[in-house]
Design a protein around this ligand. Structure first.
Ligand code: MLC
Ligand code: AMP
Length: 509
Protein backbone atom coordinates (compact mmCIF):
# COMPACT_ATOMS: atom_id res chain seq x y z
CA UNK A 1 0.00 0.00 0.00
CA UNK A 2 1.22 3.48 -0.87
CA UNK A 3 1.21 5.65 2.29
CA UNK A 4 2.09 8.88 0.53
CA UNK A 5 0.44 11.83 2.32
CA UNK A 6 -0.21 13.31 -1.13
CA UNK A 7 -2.87 10.62 -1.64
CA UNK A 8 -4.77 11.98 1.37
CA UNK A 9 -5.08 15.31 -0.43
CA UNK A 10 -5.55 13.98 -3.94
CA UNK A 11 -9.37 13.57 -3.91
CA UNK A 12 -9.74 17.35 -3.60
CA UNK A 13 -6.99 18.28 -6.01
CA UNK A 14 -9.24 17.78 -9.06
CA UNK A 15 -11.79 20.33 -7.84
CA UNK A 16 -12.60 23.67 -9.44
CA UNK A 17 -13.05 25.35 -6.04
CA UNK A 18 -10.60 27.79 -4.49
CA UNK A 19 -7.74 26.35 -2.48
CA UNK A 20 -5.78 29.54 -1.69
CA UNK A 21 -6.53 33.19 -2.34
CA UNK A 22 -4.66 36.32 -1.34
CA UNK A 23 -5.76 39.77 -0.15
CA UNK A 24 -4.31 41.13 -3.43
CA UNK A 25 -6.94 39.16 -5.36
CA UNK A 26 -4.96 36.16 -6.62
CA UNK A 27 -6.96 32.92 -6.67
CA UNK A 28 -5.51 29.41 -6.83
CA UNK A 29 -8.11 26.74 -7.52
CA UNK A 30 -7.39 23.20 -6.38
CA UNK A 31 -7.19 21.91 -9.95
CA UNK A 32 -4.71 24.61 -11.04
CA UNK A 33 -2.67 24.12 -7.87
CA UNK A 34 -2.41 20.42 -8.62
CA UNK A 35 -1.13 21.07 -12.14
CA UNK A 36 1.43 23.53 -10.79
CA UNK A 37 2.51 21.05 -8.11
CA UNK A 38 2.82 18.35 -10.78
CA UNK A 39 4.90 20.65 -12.97
CA UNK A 40 7.11 21.40 -9.98
CA UNK A 41 7.43 17.68 -9.34
CA UNK A 42 8.40 17.24 -12.99
CA UNK A 43 10.99 20.02 -12.74
CA UNK A 44 12.47 18.61 -9.53
CA UNK A 45 12.54 15.14 -11.01
CA UNK A 46 14.30 16.43 -14.13
CA UNK A 47 16.84 18.05 -11.79
CA UNK A 48 17.50 14.59 -10.36
CA UNK A 49 15.52 14.84 -7.11
CA UNK A 50 14.28 11.46 -6.01
CA UNK A 51 12.69 9.73 -3.06
CA UNK A 52 14.52 10.44 0.20
CA UNK A 53 16.47 13.45 -1.12
CA UNK A 54 16.24 16.56 1.02
CA UNK A 55 14.97 19.76 -0.56
CA UNK A 56 15.89 22.70 1.69
CA UNK A 57 13.68 25.75 1.22
CA UNK A 58 14.17 29.29 2.52
CA UNK A 59 11.63 31.37 0.64
CA UNK A 60 9.05 34.00 1.50
CA UNK A 61 5.49 32.88 2.05
CA UNK A 62 3.59 32.24 -1.18
CA UNK A 63 1.03 29.77 -2.54
CA UNK A 64 3.77 28.47 -4.88
CA UNK A 65 5.79 27.42 -1.83
CA UNK A 66 2.86 25.20 -0.79
CA UNK A 67 2.78 23.71 -4.31
CA UNK A 68 6.49 23.03 -3.86
CA UNK A 69 5.74 21.18 -0.62
CA UNK A 70 3.10 19.13 -2.50
CA UNK A 71 5.60 18.42 -5.27
CA UNK A 72 8.12 17.10 -2.74
CA UNK A 73 5.46 14.83 -1.22
CA UNK A 74 4.54 13.57 -4.66
CA UNK A 75 8.18 12.67 -5.35
CA UNK A 76 8.76 11.19 -1.91
CA UNK A 77 11.44 13.84 -1.37
CA UNK A 78 11.96 15.30 2.11
CA UNK A 79 10.73 18.87 2.45
CA UNK A 80 13.00 20.94 4.69
CA UNK A 81 11.63 24.44 5.32
CA UNK A 82 13.88 27.06 6.93
CA UNK A 83 12.90 30.20 8.84
CA UNK A 84 13.30 33.25 6.60
CA UNK A 85 14.93 35.09 9.51
CA UNK A 86 17.94 32.74 9.63
CA UNK A 87 21.32 34.30 8.98
CA UNK A 88 23.89 32.90 6.56
CA UNK A 89 25.72 31.34 9.52
CA UNK A 90 22.58 29.50 10.62
CA UNK A 91 21.75 28.40 7.07
CA UNK A 92 25.27 26.99 6.62
CA UNK A 93 24.77 24.74 9.61
CA UNK A 94 21.43 23.42 8.33
CA UNK A 95 22.78 22.78 4.84
CA UNK A 96 25.84 20.97 6.14
CA UNK A 97 23.84 18.89 8.56
CA UNK A 98 20.98 17.90 6.29
CA UNK A 99 22.97 17.49 3.05
CA UNK A 100 20.15 18.51 0.72
CA UNK A 101 20.32 17.75 -2.99
CA UNK A 102 18.68 21.06 -3.75
CA UNK A 103 18.48 24.40 -1.93
CA UNK A 104 15.71 26.79 -2.92
CA UNK A 105 16.24 30.41 -1.88
CA UNK A 106 14.72 33.84 -2.50
CA UNK A 107 15.58 35.29 -5.93
CA UNK A 108 17.05 38.47 -4.44
CA UNK A 109 19.75 36.55 -2.53
CA UNK A 110 20.51 33.96 -5.20
CA UNK A 111 24.22 34.78 -5.57
CA UNK A 112 24.90 34.70 -1.82
CA UNK A 113 22.85 31.53 -1.45
CA UNK A 114 24.78 29.88 -4.26
CA UNK A 115 28.07 30.75 -2.56
CA UNK A 116 26.89 29.31 0.77
CA UNK A 117 25.50 26.20 -0.90
CA UNK A 118 28.82 25.61 -2.69
CA UNK A 119 30.74 25.92 0.57
CA UNK A 120 28.37 23.41 2.14
CA UNK A 121 28.59 20.96 -0.74
CA UNK A 122 24.97 21.37 -1.90
CA UNK A 123 24.96 20.49 -5.60
CA UNK A 124 22.02 22.57 -6.83
CA UNK A 125 20.41 25.92 -6.06
CA UNK A 126 17.21 27.40 -7.47
CA UNK A 127 15.10 30.36 -6.42
CA UNK A 128 11.41 30.97 -5.84
CA UNK A 129 9.84 34.39 -5.35
CA UNK A 130 6.46 35.63 -4.19
CA UNK A 131 5.36 36.72 -7.70
CA UNK A 132 5.58 33.18 -9.06
CA UNK A 133 9.08 34.18 -10.16
CA UNK A 134 12.59 32.83 -9.71
CA UNK A 135 14.64 30.22 -11.55
CA UNK A 136 12.51 27.34 -10.31
CA UNK A 137 9.41 28.81 -11.94
CA UNK A 138 11.35 29.22 -15.19
CA UNK A 139 12.09 25.50 -15.11
CA UNK A 140 8.45 24.77 -14.31
CA UNK A 141 7.22 26.71 -17.30
CA UNK A 142 9.23 24.35 -19.53
CA UNK A 143 8.06 21.15 -17.79
CA UNK A 144 5.08 18.86 -18.32
CA UNK A 145 3.03 17.91 -15.24
CA UNK A 146 4.25 14.68 -13.69
CA UNK A 147 1.49 12.18 -12.87
CA UNK A 148 3.40 9.51 -10.97
CA UNK A 149 3.12 9.50 -7.16
CA UNK A 150 6.07 7.96 -5.32
CA UNK A 151 5.32 4.79 -3.42
CA UNK A 152 6.28 5.41 0.20
CA UNK A 153 6.04 3.48 3.43
CA UNK A 154 4.19 5.00 6.38
CA UNK A 155 7.57 5.35 8.07
CA UNK A 156 9.29 7.19 5.19
CA UNK A 157 10.20 10.80 5.74
CA UNK A 158 7.98 13.59 4.45
CA UNK A 159 9.78 16.47 6.14
CA UNK A 160 12.61 17.50 8.42
CA UNK A 161 12.05 20.54 10.64
CA UNK A 162 14.94 21.88 12.66
CA UNK A 163 14.40 22.72 16.30
CA UNK A 164 17.15 24.29 18.34
CA UNK A 165 18.74 22.11 20.94
CA UNK A 166 19.28 22.72 24.63
CA UNK A 167 22.96 22.08 24.00
CA UNK A 168 22.98 24.87 21.44
CA UNK A 169 23.08 22.53 18.43
CA UNK A 170 19.94 22.39 16.28
CA UNK A 171 18.32 19.02 15.72
CA UNK A 172 16.39 17.96 12.64
CA UNK A 173 13.07 16.39 13.64
CA UNK A 174 12.23 13.66 11.12
CA UNK A 175 8.51 13.57 10.36
CA UNK A 176 7.02 10.70 8.41
CA UNK A 177 4.11 10.58 5.98
CA UNK A 178 2.14 8.73 8.64
CA UNK A 179 2.99 11.28 11.39
CA UNK A 180 1.63 14.13 9.31
CA UNK A 181 -1.30 12.27 7.79
CA UNK A 182 -2.64 10.85 11.04
CA UNK A 183 -2.34 14.15 12.88
CA UNK A 184 -4.33 16.27 10.44
CA UNK A 185 -7.04 13.60 10.27
CA UNK A 186 -7.31 13.69 14.08
CA UNK A 187 -7.45 17.50 14.07
CA UNK A 188 -10.07 17.61 11.31
CA UNK A 189 -12.24 15.27 13.35
CA UNK A 190 -11.77 17.17 16.62
CA UNK A 191 -12.31 20.61 15.19
CA UNK A 192 -15.22 19.59 12.91
CA UNK A 193 -13.25 20.84 9.95
CA UNK A 194 -15.03 20.66 6.59
CA UNK A 195 -14.84 21.71 2.96
CA UNK A 196 -17.02 24.69 3.91
CA UNK A 197 -14.29 26.16 6.09
CA UNK A 198 -12.22 29.16 5.07
CA UNK A 199 -9.07 29.75 7.10
CA UNK A 200 -7.29 33.05 7.63
CA UNK A 201 -3.66 32.04 7.30
CA UNK A 202 -1.28 34.67 8.70
CA UNK A 203 1.36 32.34 10.17
CA UNK A 204 4.73 31.60 8.61
CA UNK A 205 4.87 28.38 6.57
CA UNK A 206 8.22 27.05 7.78
CA UNK A 207 6.91 25.66 11.09
CA UNK A 208 4.52 22.94 12.19
CA UNK A 209 1.72 25.37 13.03
CA UNK A 210 1.47 27.27 9.73
CA UNK A 211 2.56 24.41 7.46
CA UNK A 212 1.22 21.17 8.85
CA UNK A 213 -1.63 22.15 11.15
CA UNK A 214 -3.02 24.87 8.88
CA UNK A 215 -2.25 23.58 5.38
CA UNK A 216 -2.53 19.82 5.88
CA UNK A 217 -5.93 20.12 7.55
CA UNK A 218 -7.14 22.39 4.71
CA UNK A 219 -5.90 19.94 2.09
CA UNK A 220 -7.29 16.91 3.92
CA UNK A 221 -10.89 18.15 3.93
CA UNK A 222 -10.77 20.30 0.77
CA UNK A 223 -11.28 23.62 2.57
CA UNK A 224 -9.89 26.98 1.47
CA UNK A 225 -7.67 29.68 2.94
CA UNK A 226 -6.53 33.26 2.48
CA UNK A 227 -2.77 33.65 2.62
CA UNK A 228 -1.59 36.82 4.37
CA UNK A 229 2.11 37.58 4.11
CA UNK A 230 2.25 38.18 7.87
CA UNK A 231 0.17 39.15 10.86
CA UNK A 232 -1.78 42.36 10.31
CA UNK A 233 -4.68 42.51 12.79
CA UNK A 234 -6.64 45.14 10.83
CA UNK A 235 -6.36 43.07 7.66
CA UNK A 236 -7.56 40.01 9.56
CA UNK A 237 -10.56 41.98 10.79
CA UNK A 238 -11.31 43.12 7.23
CA UNK A 239 -11.28 39.51 6.06
CA UNK A 240 -13.21 37.91 8.92
CA UNK A 241 -16.68 38.39 7.40
CA UNK A 242 -15.81 35.81 4.72
CA UNK A 243 -13.78 33.44 6.87
CA UNK A 244 -14.69 30.76 9.40
CA UNK A 245 -11.41 29.90 11.17
CA UNK A 246 -8.29 31.66 12.44
CA UNK A 247 -5.20 29.87 13.73
CA UNK A 248 -2.60 31.87 15.59
CA UNK A 249 -0.04 32.11 18.34
CA UNK A 250 -1.15 34.05 21.46
CA UNK A 251 0.35 37.30 20.11
CA UNK A 252 -2.32 37.18 17.36
CA UNK A 253 -5.02 37.41 20.01
CA UNK A 254 -3.40 40.06 22.20
CA UNK A 255 -2.87 42.23 19.10
CA UNK A 256 -6.44 41.67 17.85
CA UNK A 257 -7.70 42.72 21.26
CA UNK A 258 -5.94 46.05 20.83
CA UNK A 259 -8.26 46.92 17.94
CA UNK A 260 -11.57 48.54 18.83
CA UNK A 261 -12.98 46.88 15.69
CA UNK A 262 -12.86 43.45 17.33
CA UNK A 263 -16.45 42.78 18.41
CA UNK A 264 -19.31 40.32 17.96
CA UNK A 265 -20.29 41.84 14.61
CA UNK A 266 -16.83 41.52 13.00
CA UNK A 267 -16.55 37.86 14.03
CA UNK A 268 -20.18 36.95 13.20
CA UNK A 269 -19.16 34.55 10.41
CA UNK A 270 -16.30 32.91 12.34
CA UNK A 271 -16.83 29.54 13.97
CA UNK A 272 -13.39 28.81 15.44
CA UNK A 273 -10.36 30.63 16.83
CA UNK A 274 -7.41 28.35 17.56
CA UNK A 275 -4.35 29.26 19.64
CA UNK A 276 -1.15 27.32 20.16
CA UNK A 277 2.67 27.19 20.05
CA UNK A 278 2.93 29.15 23.33
CA UNK A 279 0.82 29.57 26.46
CA UNK A 280 -2.32 31.66 26.06
CA UNK A 281 -2.91 33.69 29.21
CA UNK A 282 -6.26 32.99 30.86
CA UNK A 283 -6.93 36.73 30.87
CA UNK A 284 -6.49 36.91 27.08
CA UNK A 285 -8.93 33.99 26.76
CA UNK A 286 -11.45 35.70 29.03
CA UNK A 287 -11.10 39.12 27.43
CA UNK A 288 -11.51 37.66 23.95
CA UNK A 289 -14.61 35.79 25.04
CA UNK A 290 -16.12 38.89 26.61
CA UNK A 291 -15.51 40.95 23.45
CA UNK A 292 -16.48 38.38 20.80
CA UNK A 293 -18.52 35.65 22.48
CA UNK A 294 -15.89 33.11 21.27
CA UNK A 295 -13.88 30.87 23.59
CA UNK A 296 -10.48 30.54 21.91
CA UNK A 297 -9.69 26.85 21.46
CA UNK A 298 -6.20 26.21 22.82
CA UNK A 299 -4.20 23.20 21.73
CA UNK A 300 -0.70 21.94 22.49
CA UNK A 301 1.91 20.69 20.08
CA UNK A 302 5.58 20.44 19.28
CA UNK A 303 7.69 20.16 16.17
CA UNK A 304 8.63 16.63 17.19
CA UNK A 305 5.10 15.49 17.95
CA UNK A 306 2.74 17.54 15.79
CA UNK A 307 -0.40 18.27 17.82
CA UNK A 308 -1.00 16.32 21.02
CA UNK A 309 -3.94 17.75 22.90
CA UNK A 310 -6.81 20.10 22.20
CA UNK A 311 -9.63 21.69 24.09
CA UNK A 312 -12.90 20.25 22.86
CA UNK A 313 -14.88 21.71 19.98
CA UNK A 314 -18.07 20.93 21.83
CA UNK A 315 -17.78 21.10 25.58
CA UNK A 316 -15.83 23.12 28.05
CA UNK A 317 -12.81 25.01 26.63
CA UNK A 318 -10.96 25.65 29.84
CA UNK A 319 -8.80 28.76 29.94
CA UNK A 320 -5.25 28.00 31.08
CA UNK A 321 -5.41 24.39 29.89
CA UNK A 322 -4.51 22.77 26.57
CA UNK A 323 -7.34 20.26 26.72
CA UNK A 324 -7.50 16.52 26.18
CA UNK A 325 -5.31 14.12 24.17
CA UNK A 326 -6.21 13.87 20.49
CA UNK A 327 -7.66 10.58 19.27
CA UNK A 328 -4.84 8.02 19.02
CA UNK A 329 -2.42 9.96 21.23
CA UNK A 330 -1.54 8.64 24.69
CA UNK A 331 -0.41 11.08 27.35
CA UNK A 332 1.02 10.50 30.80
CA UNK A 333 2.61 12.58 33.52
CA UNK A 334 5.70 11.09 35.04
CA UNK A 335 8.40 11.65 37.57
CA UNK A 336 11.06 13.27 35.44
CA UNK A 337 13.94 11.39 37.06
CA UNK A 338 12.68 7.80 37.11
CA UNK A 339 9.73 7.85 34.71
CA UNK A 340 7.19 6.59 37.29
CA UNK A 341 3.63 7.55 36.35
CA UNK A 342 2.16 10.19 38.64
CA UNK A 343 -1.47 10.41 39.75
CA UNK A 344 -3.91 13.04 38.44
CA UNK A 345 -3.23 16.46 39.92
CA UNK A 346 0.52 16.00 40.39
CA UNK A 347 2.97 17.97 38.30
CA UNK A 348 5.56 16.10 36.27
CA UNK A 349 6.99 15.46 32.84
CA UNK A 350 4.55 15.31 29.93
CA UNK A 351 5.20 12.13 27.94
CA UNK A 352 3.48 11.16 24.70
CA UNK A 353 3.05 8.16 22.45
CA UNK A 354 1.10 7.81 19.24
CA UNK A 355 1.18 7.93 15.44
CA UNK A 356 1.90 11.66 15.57
CA UNK A 357 5.28 11.29 17.31
CA UNK A 358 8.32 11.81 15.09
CA UNK A 359 10.76 9.16 13.98
CA UNK A 360 13.79 10.70 15.64
CA UNK A 361 16.44 13.36 15.18
CA UNK A 362 18.27 13.40 11.86
CA UNK A 363 21.59 11.60 12.23
CA UNK A 364 21.43 11.79 16.05
CA UNK A 365 20.55 8.26 17.19
CA UNK A 366 21.96 8.80 20.68
CA UNK A 367 20.00 12.01 21.22
CA UNK A 368 16.87 10.30 19.91
CA UNK A 369 17.34 7.39 22.31
CA UNK A 370 17.75 9.74 25.27
CA UNK A 371 14.40 11.40 24.59
CA UNK A 372 12.31 8.23 24.40
CA UNK A 373 11.40 5.80 27.18
CA UNK A 374 11.91 2.13 26.38
CA UNK A 375 8.13 1.68 25.94
CA UNK A 376 8.08 4.30 23.17
CA UNK A 377 6.87 7.36 25.09
CA UNK A 378 8.52 10.62 24.04
CA UNK A 379 9.79 12.83 26.86
CA UNK A 380 8.65 16.32 25.87
CA UNK A 381 10.54 18.48 28.35
CA UNK A 382 7.23 20.20 29.20
CA UNK A 383 5.96 20.04 32.77
CA UNK A 384 2.25 19.56 33.25
CA UNK A 385 -0.58 18.20 35.33
CA UNK A 386 -3.96 16.69 34.58
CA UNK A 387 -7.15 17.89 36.25
CA UNK A 388 -9.96 15.60 37.39
CA UNK A 389 -11.48 15.67 33.87
CA UNK A 390 -8.21 14.78 32.16
CA UNK A 391 -7.45 18.29 30.85
CA UNK A 392 -3.75 19.03 30.62
CA UNK A 393 -2.30 22.18 32.09
CA UNK A 394 1.25 23.06 31.00
CA UNK A 395 2.79 24.50 34.14
CA UNK A 396 6.36 25.01 33.04
CA UNK A 397 9.28 23.65 31.11
CA UNK A 398 12.06 21.37 32.19
CA UNK A 399 14.03 22.37 29.09
CA UNK A 400 15.88 25.66 29.05
CA UNK A 401 13.81 27.36 26.39
CA UNK A 402 12.26 30.76 25.77
CA UNK A 403 9.15 31.07 23.57
CA UNK A 404 8.96 34.54 22.03
CA UNK A 405 5.91 35.25 19.89
CA UNK A 406 5.59 31.52 19.22
CA UNK A 407 9.23 31.08 18.15
CA UNK A 408 11.49 28.89 20.25
CA UNK A 409 14.74 30.42 21.36
CA UNK A 410 17.34 28.27 23.08
CA UNK A 411 19.38 30.29 25.62
CA UNK A 412 22.45 28.11 25.21
CA UNK A 413 22.88 29.17 21.60
CA UNK A 414 22.92 32.86 22.58
CA UNK A 415 24.99 32.40 25.74
CA UNK A 416 27.72 30.60 23.78
CA UNK A 417 27.99 33.53 21.37
CA UNK A 418 28.03 36.19 24.11
CA UNK A 419 30.62 34.26 26.12
CA UNK A 420 32.96 34.19 23.11
CA UNK A 421 33.49 37.95 23.38
CA UNK A 422 36.77 39.05 25.00
CA UNK A 423 35.24 41.34 27.67
CA UNK A 424 32.65 38.84 28.85
CA UNK A 425 33.08 36.45 31.75
CA UNK A 426 29.73 34.67 31.45
CA UNK A 427 26.07 35.17 30.64
CA UNK A 428 22.61 33.76 31.29
CA UNK A 429 19.80 34.17 28.81
CA UNK A 430 16.28 34.00 30.18
CA UNK A 431 12.70 34.64 29.11
CA UNK A 432 10.66 37.07 31.17
CA UNK A 433 7.02 38.12 30.71
CA UNK A 434 6.52 40.36 27.68
CA UNK A 435 3.14 41.97 26.98
CA UNK A 436 3.26 41.37 23.21
CA UNK A 437 5.50 38.32 22.72
CA UNK A 438 4.63 36.31 25.83
CA UNK A 439 8.28 36.06 26.80
CA UNK A 440 11.04 38.53 25.99
CA UNK A 441 14.56 37.19 25.39
CA UNK A 442 16.81 38.82 27.97
CA UNK A 443 20.57 38.48 28.42
CA UNK A 444 22.11 38.91 31.86
CA UNK A 445 25.82 39.42 31.30
CA UNK A 446 28.81 39.41 33.66
CA UNK A 447 31.86 41.37 32.38
CA UNK A 448 35.41 40.17 33.03
CA UNK A 449 36.96 41.93 36.05
CA UNK A 450 37.85 45.49 35.10
CA UNK A 451 36.22 45.24 31.65
CA UNK A 452 33.36 47.40 30.42
CA UNK A 453 31.78 45.58 27.50
CA UNK A 454 30.11 47.69 24.85
CA UNK A 455 26.46 46.70 24.32
CA UNK A 456 26.65 47.74 20.64
CA UNK A 457 29.55 45.33 20.18
CA UNK A 458 27.60 42.47 21.77
CA UNK A 459 24.62 43.24 19.53
CA UNK A 460 26.79 43.43 16.42
CA UNK A 461 28.31 40.04 17.17
CA UNK A 462 24.90 38.45 17.75
CA UNK A 463 23.43 40.08 14.67
CA UNK A 464 26.04 38.43 12.45
CA UNK A 465 25.20 34.98 13.73
CA UNK A 466 21.61 34.88 14.91
CA UNK A 467 18.14 35.46 13.49
CA UNK A 468 16.70 38.74 14.82
CA UNK A 469 13.92 37.10 16.82
CA UNK A 470 16.54 35.26 18.91
CA UNK A 471 18.43 38.43 19.78
CA UNK A 472 17.89 39.78 23.30
CA UNK A 473 15.32 42.55 23.66
CA UNK A 474 17.40 43.69 26.62
CA UNK A 475 21.02 43.17 27.73
CA UNK A 476 21.70 43.71 31.44
CA UNK A 477 25.21 43.98 32.85
CA UNK A 478 25.58 42.57 36.36
CA UNK A 479 28.47 41.76 38.70
CA UNK A 480 27.67 38.07 39.13
CA UNK A 481 25.03 35.43 38.46
CA UNK A 482 23.16 33.73 41.32
CA UNK A 483 24.27 30.12 41.79
CA UNK A 484 23.19 27.22 43.99
CA UNK A 485 25.55 25.18 46.16
CA UNK A 486 26.35 22.98 43.19
CA UNK A 487 27.47 26.06 41.27
CA UNK A 488 24.52 25.94 38.85
CA UNK A 489 23.16 29.30 37.66
CA UNK A 490 19.75 29.94 39.23
CA UNK A 491 17.72 31.10 36.26
CA UNK A 492 14.52 30.98 38.33
CA UNK A 493 15.97 33.61 40.58
CA UNK A 494 16.90 35.79 37.60
CA UNK A 495 13.43 35.35 36.07
CA UNK A 496 11.88 36.43 39.38
CA UNK A 497 14.23 39.40 39.67
CA UNK A 498 13.46 40.71 36.18
CA UNK A 499 9.83 39.64 35.90
CA UNK A 500 8.59 43.22 35.49
CA UNK A 501 11.26 44.35 33.04
CA UNK A 502 8.97 44.61 29.98
CA UNK A 503 5.70 44.96 31.87
CA UNK A 504 7.01 48.11 33.56
CA UNK A 505 8.08 49.41 30.12
CA UNK A 506 4.54 48.74 28.78
CA UNK A 507 2.85 50.67 31.58
CA UNK A 508 5.18 53.65 31.30
CA UNK A 509 5.04 53.74 27.45
C1 MLC B 1 9.40 39.18 14.84
N1 MLC B 1 10.30 39.73 15.67
C2 MLC B 1 10.33 39.04 16.80
C3 MLC B 1 9.41 37.99 16.62
N2 MLC B 1 8.85 38.11 15.39
N3 MLC B 1 11.06 39.17 17.92
C4 MLC B 1 10.88 38.27 18.88
N4 MLC B 1 10.00 37.24 18.77
C5 MLC B 1 9.26 37.07 17.66
N5 MLC B 1 8.39 36.07 17.55
C6 MLC B 1 11.12 40.93 15.47
C7 MLC B 1 11.73 41.03 14.09
O1 MLC B 1 12.97 40.40 14.07
C8 MLC B 1 11.84 42.53 13.92
O2 MLC B 1 12.92 42.98 14.70
C9 MLC B 1 10.58 43.04 14.58
O3 MLC B 1 10.22 42.04 15.54
C10 MLC B 1 9.43 43.24 13.61
O4 MLC B 1 9.33 42.12 12.75
P1 MLC B 1 7.96 41.67 12.08
O5 MLC B 1 8.23 40.57 11.12
O6 MLC B 1 7.24 42.89 11.59
O7 MLC B 1 7.21 41.06 13.33
P2 MLC B 1 5.71 40.77 13.51
O8 MLC B 1 5.00 40.71 12.21
O9 MLC B 1 5.20 41.69 14.53
O10 MLC B 1 5.77 39.27 14.07
C11 MLC B 1 5.47 38.88 15.34
C12 MLC B 1 4.70 37.56 15.25
C13 MLC B 1 5.54 36.57 14.43
C14 MLC B 1 4.47 37.08 16.66
C15 MLC B 1 3.36 37.76 14.58
O11 MLC B 1 6.77 36.35 15.09
C16 MLC B 1 4.84 35.27 14.18
O12 MLC B 1 4.06 35.15 13.23
N6 MLC B 1 5.09 34.26 15.02
C17 MLC B 1 4.54 32.94 14.84
C18 MLC B 1 5.61 31.93 15.04
C19 MLC B 1 5.09 30.51 14.72
O13 MLC B 1 4.51 30.26 13.68
N7 MLC B 1 5.33 29.58 15.63
C20 MLC B 1 4.88 28.22 15.47
C21 MLC B 1 6.05 27.28 15.75
S1 MLC B 1 5.47 25.60 15.64
P3 MLC B 1 13.82 44.22 14.33
O14 MLC B 1 14.80 44.27 15.44
O15 MLC B 1 14.44 43.86 13.01
O16 MLC B 1 12.90 45.40 14.25
C22 MLC B 1 5.24 25.14 17.27
C23 MLC B 1 4.47 23.90 17.51
C24 MLC B 1 3.08 24.25 17.86
O17 MLC B 1 5.54 25.86 18.16
O18 MLC B 1 2.59 23.83 18.90
O19 MLC B 1 2.49 24.97 17.07
P1 AMP C 1 8.41 23.93 18.94
O1 AMP C 1 9.62 23.17 19.30
O2 AMP C 1 8.65 25.22 18.23
O3 AMP C 1 7.53 23.07 18.19
O4 AMP C 1 7.70 24.33 20.30
C1 AMP C 1 7.09 23.37 21.08
C2 AMP C 1 6.90 23.86 22.47
O5 AMP C 1 5.97 24.94 22.48
C3 AMP C 1 6.27 22.82 23.37
O6 AMP C 1 7.21 21.89 23.85
C4 AMP C 1 5.69 23.69 24.46
O7 AMP C 1 6.69 24.04 25.40
C5 AMP C 1 5.25 24.92 23.69
N1 AMP C 1 3.81 24.95 23.41
C6 AMP C 1 3.15 24.64 22.29
N2 AMP C 1 1.82 24.84 22.42
C7 AMP C 1 1.64 25.30 23.69
C8 AMP C 1 0.51 25.71 24.45
N3 AMP C 1 -0.71 25.73 23.94
N4 AMP C 1 0.72 26.10 25.73
C9 AMP C 1 1.95 26.11 26.27
N5 AMP C 1 3.05 25.76 25.60
C10 AMP C 1 2.91 25.36 24.32
Amino acid sequence: MNNNLYLQFQPHLQQQKTFIDTPEGKVYRYCDSMVLAQRLAGALSAAGIKKGDRVAVQTDKSPEAIMLYLACLQLGAVYLPLNTAYTDAEISYFLQDSEPTLYICRPEVFDEALAIARQCGVPQVESLGTDADGSLMQLVNRTEPMQEIADVDADDLAAILYTSGTTGRSKGAMLTHSNLGSNCRALAECWHYSAEDHLLHALPIFHTHGLFVACNITLTVGASMTFLAKLDPEQLLDLMPRATVLMGVPTFYTRLLQSPRLNQTTVANMRLFVSGSAPLLAETHDEFRARTGHAILERYGMTETNMNTSNPYQGDRKAGTVGLPLPGTELRITNRENGAILPHGETGMVELRGPNIFKGYWRMPEKTKEEFRTDGFFITGDLGKLDEHGYLQIVGRDKDLVISGGYNVYPKEIEQLIDELPDICESAVIGVPHPDLGEGVTAVVVPKPGATPDETEIRRHLNEQLARYKQPKCILLVESLPRNVMGKVQKNQLRAQYKDLYLAEATTA
